[in-house]
Ligand binder design. Structure first.
Ligand code: BG6
Length: 479
């Protein structure tokens, strides 16, 4: 197991809110090597004591149940170096006294700094085997910038020592999708175009852009969420069963899905997509301000887009992908709508009002699986000729010990397991489709639709949103 972490971007929000707390949990649970140590690196001119003083309250806040002993144990393993990431010499200097150990460099920094930082790491000896590299999303902001990063870094470190993160893959409920699909005969039997009418993948957030304006105004929801998390969820739902759980067998199947995505073109942009930006509104009774990026920014905070997977299994099945900020609630769910039964026998409801089966995987904030059936058991007063919808619900018990996504990803990277990391060809294929969407928006002049914070997006959103959300909100928000 690798035992030395260089954590670049150590003063940033991601590191302080998630990465150090994850290390604290792993250490407390005895899952890290005995001589594990972290070198925290950022531009600020702190010394180690100052950095530890800043980190301590953040750890206490993020992990209120952690003991002071565990916190002291982690802090004692951390030292801090100030570094200029645009300067390769400075990066090399900041790591070279530790590169005789088994090192993992984690870049939690803007992708514009990846290449210069990696050049410095290579100069300092931190990218030679067996050392590893972990890269946060996004890898670039389009195909060209991603290609430049992949190629430049590819010259410095072998692909089998690069671990590209998409933290959704580290979430247990996301991994559970594979377990459910490939551990059960029942699902595989209907998992294709013959039985499935449509699939909706929704990642809704009630938070806004809040404090990330500079990154977000150049990115927007399509690049921030769809390129990574939503396409990864799509892959897990749509991929063929891999021959084994070996990392590359899984990634081979995911990349095939991405390559089968039909590019969006300008002609279909208005029908198959919508983009929006939140205006002022109210969420949970609290006023929320409008998102106002700098003049000239094209950043959308809401995207709905229908993906078509042109392959044998999924021909003709629309995958509606939706994400938005400042929506009424935080929820990530996958809704699979099955086709209606072929021949309807019952008097009531009539065929038109029968509800086809619907399978919903809610991944966040609570894990839950729901199966909508038609049944005469729903109430004793109904006879066999009169059916009613019956919801089978399987809630995962609360209090189940779920780890922070990054805990799992750290462990896998330290142990060299690539299964939950994104391969270079996946990055390329994902950007190719995302570029087709943003090019279609430009060529088709797709308007930026406003929506009030606290609503389910622009009025055009309803065709992309899961049917259950549309039904629940039809009266309240006029969807
Ligand atoms: C990040 C995005 O990758 O994921 C953020 O950059 C988003 O904009 C976040 O808020 C959502 O992650 P989670 O785990 O809170 O669903």
């Amino acid at each position: 197991m690798h035992d030395t972490l260089f954590l670049f971007g150590a003063t940033g929000d991601l590191a302080q809110r998630y990465l150090f707390p994850s290390l604290l949990r792993l250490l407390g649970d005895g899952l890290l090597p005995e001589d594990f140590r972290v070198r925290a690196l950022a531009l600020s001119p702190h010394d180690t004591d100052k950095f530890r003083d800043l980190l301590r309250p953040r750890l206490e806040q993020a992990m209120p149940q952690a003991s002071q002993g565990d916190i002291n144990n982690l802090l004692a393993r951390i030292d801090y170096r100030s570094v200029d990431l645009r300067n390769a010499e400075s990066v090399a200097e900041s790591v070279k006294d530790l590169v005789h150990r088994r090192c993992v460099s984690y870049l939690a920094i803007p992708p514009g700094l990846y290449i210069s930082t990696c050049e410095g790491l290579a100069l300092g000896g931190a990218l030679t085997a067996p050392n590893r590299l972990m890269l946060e999303k996004p890898i670039g902001s389009d195909t060209d910038s991603a290609e430049e990063i992949l190629q430049s870094i590819g010259k410095l470190v072998d692909e089998d020592r690069v671990f590209r993160l998409d933290h959704y893959l580290g979430k247990a409920p996301v991994q559970n999708l594979m377990a459910l699909r490939f551990g059960n005969t029942l699902l595989e039997a209907v998992w294709n175009r013959n039985f499935i009418e449509s699939v909706h993948i929704l990642v809704a957030e009630s938070d806004g852009v809040d404090g990330r304006d500079s990154y977000y105004s150049r990115s927007g929801a399509l690049r921030d969420m769809v390129q990574s998390h939503i396409l990864q969820l799509l892959c897990l739902v749509a991929m063929e069963p891999p021959a084994s759980l070996e990392a590359d067998r899984i990634r081979d199947e995911k990349v095939k899905v991405l390559r089968a995505l039909r590019p969006l073109d300008a002609k279909h942009a208005a029908k198959d997509s919508v983009r929006g930006r939140y205006t002022a509104g109210t969420i949970n009774g609290q006023p929320a301000q409008a998102y106002q990026p700098p003049e000239g920014s094209e950043a959308e905070t809401f995207v709905g887009v229908t993906a078509h997977i042109d392959n044998w299994r999924w021909a003709g099945v629309p995958f509606h992908l939706v994400t938005g900020k400042r929506l009424p609630e935080r929820t990530t769910r996958i809704e699979v709508n099955l086709k209606p039964v072929t021949h309807w026998l019952f008097e009531r409801p009539d065929r038109k009002h029968a509800q086809p089966n619907r399978l919903t995987f809610q991944l966040q904030p609570q894990e839950n699986i729901q199966l909508g059936l038609m049944s005469s058991l729903a109430g004793p007063e109904w006879g066999a000729l009169e059916l009613q919808p019956l919801e089978l619900e399987l809630s995962v018990p609360t209090g189940l010990h779920r780890r922070i996504a990054y805990e799992r990803l750290f462990l896998d990277a330290f142990n060299g397991n690539h299964a939950l990391f994104v391969r270079d060809d996946e990055v390329r294929a994902a950007w190719a489709w995302i570029d087709s969407v943003s090019d279609a928006w430009k060529a088709g002049d797709l308007p930026m639709e406003p929506y009030p914070a606290g609503s389910w997006g622009p009025s055009q959103a309803h065709q992309f949103l899961p049917a259950a959300i549309v039904a629940e909100n039809r009266t309240e928000s006029g969807l």
